[in-house]
Design a protein around this ligand. Structure first.
Ligand SMILES: [Zn+2]
Length: 148
């Protein structure tokens, strides 16, 4: 059982209680960032860096500026999700899952516009995107309970 953080009280309090029933001190829920959430934060930061480097490739190599802006958007989205996850906030989990779903769907646009980038050039990217999205969703799903 957790104890009241008020040094003059320090009595045991019910798990999950918001206020101490003895002295009324507000019990700050300790931020428990579990290992899965930490891994998700690291993955999201790595994905963000990949998107930002892709952004430069799209702009300079492929001359595809809408693709470039798309990559910037994904990179920024992943960073925002990582930031809130790092703070163990539930919105970080929601953003992380939305990001994972989008990054599974987005590569399919390549198959709709094969003239932009030949499909065979990005098969491994697509496999990577789908696998990394599945890992993110599983980790966030299991680690969810540590989010406030
Ligand atoms: Zn107390």
């Amino acid at each position: 059982m957790p104890r009241c953080p008020n040094p003059e009280c320090g009595k045991e309090v019910e798990e999950g209680a918001v206020y101490c029933p003895h002295c009324g001190t507000k019990l700050a829920k300790a931020a428990k960032r579990n290992i899965l959430i930490t891994v998700c934060v690291i993955l999201l930061v790595i994905f963000s860096l990949i998107h930002l480097s892709n952004m430069l490739d799209y702009a300079t190599i492929y001359g595809d500026f809408s693709g470039s802006i798309g990559q910037l958007f994904f990179g920024a989205f992943a960073l925002v999700a990582a930031y809130f996850l790092w703070k163990s906030e539930e919105i970080g989990g929601i953003l992380g899952i939305v990001y994972a779903i989008f990054s599974m769907i987005a590569p399919l646009s390549v198959t709709i516009h094969p003239e932009a980038i030949p499909f065979e050039y990005c098969v491994y990217d697509i496999i990577f995107d789908v696998c990394s999205s599945i890992v993110l969703i599983i980790f966030l799903g299991i680690g969810w309970k540590s989010l406030k």
